[in-house]
Design a protein around this ligand. Structure first.
Ligand SMILES: [Zn+2]
Length: 188
């Protein structure tokens, strides 16, 4: 069970104790302290897809709750399609690090949505269909909310190239349904 007594007026919740994943397509909003305002006037138009390396949604959430980790994402998705929102999409999450997008814009955290997929990122760990379903649902919602124009891997946008390699072995074909340009692998 989750308790909501300590949650805020804008609907976020404390971490459930003991932890239980929310379940397929269900969302907990467990707000990360690792976030700040987007720059004034910026338009959110990019989605950055990551894999956690961390093996569970619970441990990912714990990591994003620790101020000293200095990292967060807007959403984290478990292997069963459970979703934890960590940061409001209208605020700036800290997931991309030093980065440049296909158009040469730097600091993707300013203008992107960061989505973490629970995956070991070893090139073998699968991305189950339930997890892809939840990812596709979030992308669909983000396209309604913002003028999303591209999907990128963390690997592609992290600089220097090779600093990151996630999401490794991700099935990009599964995201073609959105009709958006996709950038992954090594930048040309
Ligand atoms: Zn990443």
């Amino acid at each position: 069970m989750i308790t909501t007594a300590a949650g805020s007026a804008d609907g976020w919740q404390p971490m459930p104790a003991p932890w239980v994943d929310p379940g397929y397509m269900k969302v907990f909003y467990i707000k990360s302290p690792n976030s700040n305002d987007r720059p004034a006037g910026v338009e959110v138009d990019t989605i950055v897809i990551h894999s956690t390396v961390i093996p569970t949604l619970e441990r990912t959430t714990v990591a994003f709750q620790r101020p000293e980790s200095q990292v967060s994402a807007h959403y984290s998705i478990g292997k069963d399609g459970s979703i934890v929102q960590n940061v409001s999409t209208f605020e700036r999450a800290w997931h991309a690090g030093v980065s440049v997008d296909p158009q040469g814009r730097t600091n993707l955290n300013h203008f992107s949505i960061g989505i973490e997929l629970v995956n070991l990122n070893d090139g073998k760990d699968p991305y189950p269909q339930a997890q892809l379903d939840a990812l596709n649902a979030i992308i669909t919602i983000m396209k309604r909310r913002f003028p999303i124009k591209q999907l990128v891997s963390h690997e592609y946008i992290a600089t220097p190239y090779g600093r990151k390699n996630d999401p490794k072995a991700f099935p990009w074909d599964d995201l073609k349904v959105h009709g958006l340009p996709m950038f992954f692998g090594k930048p040309k």
